[in-house]
Write a protein that binds this ligand. Structure first.
Ligand code: GLC
Ligand code: CA
Length: 556
């Protein structure tokens, strides 16, 4: 680890543009809104921004269904706005990473419009078309958003594959012309001055040879064939090719979104010497409260700390010295961490949000903060399913409640409150004025009613706020190399109340202690001489007594 790269010391902030800041009153966040808020991000201290997609899209899946990779959605602004955003960001010393969504396009992309015209069309093979088998779908693969992953197209009497909605046809990466088109697109954005890519479900691009059926799913369990299809036969060849032709030519940051990966897979994707990606997002810790009834994330079960410790420790240990971790609690697909792993009651929201931040930010890897996490934004409960916007949530409700009648409406709403993607997509809460300062119009998705006390203005006024705690964590990472390089050592795996670990270097050590409960806990970690307390979410220290959600770090 002698040679620390800038992206290994960086902290990334994810912006979900639709929900960040509206500048023109149409209720949709936009690029001029982002520009206005860049100084706020500078003040937080982050180095890199990951922008969820801003490209032209019919918005079946909020921009993850792209109809033109080289155009900006008019909802968000113009190419001039993008140029302006890049130059303001760069002047502030901030880098901007774009979302690259190339496992699929929108069905309204010109390539797909051509592809579906007839079997001889030059773009036919850009997508994955198959004949019916015995009058049915070519195999039993399920879309991640419910139902079959195949859609029949009457015009040419073939099915096309879509691992997400039927408006998101999968691209055929086995076609070299398609691959070249993607590389050209990436090159084009890099030439505009962007600083890297977050690659959407990038480990799904190579499908299993011969398209075998997935023995683990049936339509009845609202399953997904994503993990079955993940890490296909040619994925590493394609990523090495992409790296050689594009990524290696620039000093950029890259992170792959990779469902269904083991740590051994991660060492291939993000190994220090494998020439693919710099890091990946793994999902194991975000699936620890999945349903025991086979309904995937549609559950309201509370996680077990021991599971969280086991999973995160495995990732810390298995990648050490071989590959680089990304560290995240939540994003635009996963619920708010303070509601999920912390305690979002008035009494403990602030304390537990800081505890969670500290627990993650002292690990090895590049931390990602999702917008609003730094002020402790919480999940939302909308009373009517019709007020939800997310295609995944609406499809699941339709399937499990209305079609299959597997769960009651009330039960499903409790699952939605726990897991819906709209939990993190509600607009950013800037202040306590009308619509939380997000828009002067009607927001595209409801604002969380707690904006009157959970908002940026209030956080900036309060030196004890979650915001300043994050700022301090980011700052410590910049100042203390051990946070980037130290070896991780878990203490007491079986302790289901306190998460304690060390970071160890040749000549120094950090001891990280986090009480995940609302009760006092007494713990002693055999430390001979008492270290120096470098950060805590309480104003004083009671040694072995850990108060509710207390989190602290000692340096030895
Ligand atoms: C990724 C995105 C998610 C999207 C899906 C399909 O998981 O993060 O928001 O729905 O890919 O593009
Ligand atoms: Ca707008």
């Amino acid at each position: 680890m002698e040679n620390i790269k800038w992206w290994q010391r960086a902290v990334v902030y994810q912006i979900y543009p639709r929900s960040f800041q509206d500048s023109n009153g149409d209720g949709i966040g936009d690029i001029p809104g982002i520009i206005e808020r860049l100084p706020y991000l500078k003040a937080l201290g982050i180095q890199v921004i990951w922008l969820s997609p801003i490209y032209q899209s019919p918005n079946d899946d909020n921009g993850y269904d792209i109809s033109d990779y080289l155009k900006v959605s008019p909802d968000f602004g113009t190419m001039d706005d993008v140029q302006n955003m890049l130059s303001v960001a760069h002047d502030l010393g901030l880098k901007i990473m774009m979302d690259l969504v190339v496992n699929h396009t929108s069905d309204e992309h010109q390539w797909f419009i051509e592809s579906r015209k007839n079997k001889e069309n030059p773009y036919r093979d850009y997508y994955i078309w198959r004949d019916p088998v015995d009058g049915h779908e070519p195999n039993n693969w399920l879309s991640d958003f419910g139902g079959s992953a195949w859609e029949f197209d009457d015009k040419t009497k073939q099915y096309y594959l879509h691992l997400f909605s039927k408006k998101q046809p999968d691209l055929n990466w086995d076609n070299p012309n398609l691959r070249q088109k993607i590389y050209d697109t990436m090159q084009w954005w890099l030439d505009q001055g962007v600083d890297g890519f977050r690659m959407d479900v990038i480990n799904l691009i190579s499908k299993p040879a011969d398209f075998p059926s997935d023995a683990n799913v049936t339509l009845a369990n609202h399953g997904s064939s994503m993990n079955f299809i993940a890490n296909g036969p040619n994925v590493h060849d394609y990523l090495k090719e992409m790296n050689q032709l594009v990524l290696s030519q620039y000093d950029i940051i890259t992170v792959g979104e990779t469902p269904g990966v083991s740590t051994a897979d991660a060492v291939k994707y993000a190994g220090f010497d494998t020439n693919e990606l710099q890091m990946i997002f793994q999902f194991e810790h975000t699936e620890i409260d999945n349903s025991h009834e086979g309904l995937g994330k549609w559950s309201n079960e509370r996680f077990k700390l021991v599971d969280l410790k086991r999973i995160l420790s495995k990732w810390q240990n298995d990648l050490y010295g071989k590959a680089w971790n990304s560290l995240y609690w939540n994003n635009h697909d996963r619920p708010r961490v303070v509601s999920r792993f912390g305690n979002d009651s008035d009494q403990y929201r602030v304390r537990s949000a800081k505890m969670l931040a500290l627990t993650l930010h002292f690990m090895q890897g590049t931390p990602y903060i999702y917008q609003g996490e730094e002020i402790g934004m919480t999940n939302i409960k909308l009373s009517d399913i019709a007020d939800y916007q997310d295609i995944d949530t609406l499809n699941a409700y339709d399937d499990l409640v209305l079609k299959q009648k597997r769960v009651t409406a009330n039960q499903m709403m409790s699952y939605v409150y726990h897991s819906s993607r709209d939990n993190t997509r509600t607009p950013m809460q800037w202040n306590n004025s009308h619509q939380a300062g997000f828009t002067t119009g009607k927001p595209w998705l409801a604002i969380n009613p707690n904006y009157t006390n959970v908002n940026v203005s209030a956080s900036l006024r309060d030196q004890q706020s979650i915001f300043y705690f994050y700022k301090k964590l980011i700052n410590l990472r910049q100042k203390m190399p051990i946070i980037t390089t130290g070896k991780y050592e878990l203490l007491d795996l079986e302790d289901d109340e306190v998460y304690a670990y060390k970071r160890v270097n040749k000549d120094s050590q950090l001891l990280i202690i986090s009480n995940f409960t609302s009760q006092n806990q007494i713990r002693h970690y055999n430390q001979d001489d008492k270290g120096q307390l470098i950060i805590s979410n309480y104003n004083d220290d009671e040694g072995d007594t850990l108060r509710p959600y207390e989190a602290k770090v000692y340096k030895f």
